[in-house]
Design a protein around this ligand. Structure first.
Ligand code: FE2
Length: 131
């Protein structure tokens, strides 16, 4: 998958929401094993610190995306900035605790594969972590 300049990612999939990062559902696996979403992060927008209930792989299509990885106790383990075309550390075993953010001044678009069925899209991906 060419992450750097995917011609199939249309302009409407890169639209952001000033109220918070915006998910665009791109593809639902016919066997309900995974979904692909684009997420648009406007400057300053970030996720909560969270884990995952399902496997997750993501990469960056546009801009610079910051990820902070934490231990379950909340200690910062790693901070990395992913650039367009780069894949982030995957979370295949639901062990990751992280926060994703746009700390820059330009829009960021990322692509996410989640091992979740479409009917659990809103509640079945993230896992709340109290740190
Ligand atoms: Fe995540």
């Amino acid at each position: 998958m060419a992450l750097r300049k995917p011609t199939w990612l249309r302009p409407e999939h890169r639209v952001g929401d000033p109220n918070g990062y915006m998910r665009h559902l791109l593809y639902i696996d016919p066997d309900d094993a995974f979904v692909i979403s684009a997420i648009t992060w406007l400057p300053g927008q970030m996720s909560a610190v969270h884990g995952h209930q399902v496997w997750c792989i993501f990469g960056v299509v546009e801009g610079d995306l910051t990820e902070e990885q934490f231990s379950e106790r909340g200690e910062l383990r790693k901070k990395v900035i992913y650039r367009a075309g780069e894949l982030a550390d995957s979370d295949l075993a639901q062990k990751m605790v992280h926060r994703v953010s746009n700390r820059g001044i330009a829009r960021v678009v990322s692509l996410h594969l989640y091992g979740v069925s479409a009917n659990k899209l809103t509640t079945g991906i993230n896992r709340v972590v109290k740190i």
